[in-house]
Write a protein that binds this ligand. Structure first.
Ligand code: DAH
Length: 326
């Protein structure tokens, strides 16, 4: 090989050595071996040489071409190997690593508290009944001995759908529906949504109550206190205290506000009392033969007491950061 050809070979070798992608490699190939490349132009010199020198020149240029091709092939294989390694590195996964976990949802805290309450009362012999949320005024008020003049009947306090129907303002109408459809003795609870025109940190326009009713021959306030204490202790712990304060509800006599002592504080969580004789008359039960105890508790209130929730509105905001806490 002439000095010139050796130099070209060295140049090609160096250029190829610097290349690191298939694309750059192709550029070098075109530069040396392409139609307008170095090797082609060297071949074109043949026609200007004296005939006896031509075979030698042709052989040397071909050697150069073969050598460049060989180096290009080598480099091509190297690049392919590197690219494959790179791809493997990117796709590499450690099968011993734990997978990405999907976080599981869970019941809303209100549902949990409601279910806990249901379990407690079911274990004491109560059964669960349900009543309609769209209710007739007679069940919601009249049958519960709540006369026309009572403030709860004010149009501004309740959501009336029309003259005949309103959204129930409490779960107490389920007492009426149950007594009309069953014979005593009976012991029921009835959880469900109720509606009032209230909205602030301690009141929602829609909230959840749980009604309780136990009718039998010799039911007394002592039974009422027993059930309430039992429920409070099972829900909140052995040391929970219960206090009955005299109060007024049209459908009970006597009536009580019930407070629960928990975490060094008294909380007002429910209303209760002994079923009023007029209520028994309205459902056709003989008030001389039957006695009843009744109570109605706010499930949101109970949840707030148990879990130390300050703002009742947090319970319906559906903010996962809040709900996740339980
Ligand atoms: N219904 C009443 C309310 O929503 C709560 C209540 C009080 C229910 C006394 C009762 C009861 O069954 O005996 O404020």
């Amino acid at each position: 090989m002439t000095e010139e050809l050796s130099r070209i070979l060295e140049e090609a070798r160096e250029e190829i050595a610097k290349v690191s992608t298939s694309r750059e490699l192709n550029d070098v190939r075109v530069k040396y071996l392409g139609k307008a490349g170095t090797v082609t132009s060297l071949m074109k010199r043949l026609k200007d040489l004296p005939p006896e020198e031509r075979p030698n020149w042709g052989r040397m240029v071909n050697e150069l071409k073969d050598e460049i091709e060989r180096i290009l092939e080598e480099k091509k294989a190297e690049i392919a190997r590197l690219e494959k390694e790179e791809l493997n590195r990117k796709l590499w996964a450690d099968p011993t690593m734990p997978g990405t976990r999907r976080s599981l949802g869970h019941l809303h805290i209100l549902t949990k508290v409601q279910e806990e309450l249901e379990d407690i009362f079911i274990s004491m012999g109560f059964s669960i009944v349900e009543g309609p949320e769209i209710e007739e005024p007679w069940y919601n008020f009249d049958a519960l001995n709540t006369p026309e003049w009572h403030p709860a009947r004010d149009l501004h306090d309740s959501f009336y759908i029309n003259e005949k129907y309103l959204l129930r303002t409490h779960t107490s109408p389920v007492q009426i529906r149950t007594m009309l459809s069953r014979k005593p003795p009976l012991a029921i609870i009835s959880p469900g949504r109720v509606y009032r025109r209230d909205y602030d940190a301690t009141h929602l326009p829609m909230f959840t109550q749980m009604e309780g009713l136990y009718v039998d021959h010799d039911v007394t306030v002592r039974h009422l206190k027993y059930f309430l204490e039992e429920f409070a202790r099972r829900l909140l712990g052995e040391n929970t205290k219960v206090r009955l304060r005299p109060s007024y509800f049209p459908f009970t006599e006597p009536s009580f506000e019930v407070d629960i002592y928990f975490n060094n504080r008294w909380f007002e969580v429910l209303g209760a009392g002994m079923v009023h004789p007029n209520v028994f008359k309205n459902v056709g039960y003989d008030p001389e033969r039957w006695r009843g105890l009744a109570f109605g508790l706010g499930i949101e209130r109970i949840a707030m007491v148990k879990y130390g929730i300050k703002d009742i509105r947090d319970l319906i905001r559906n903010d996962v950061r809040f709900l996740e806490n339980w």
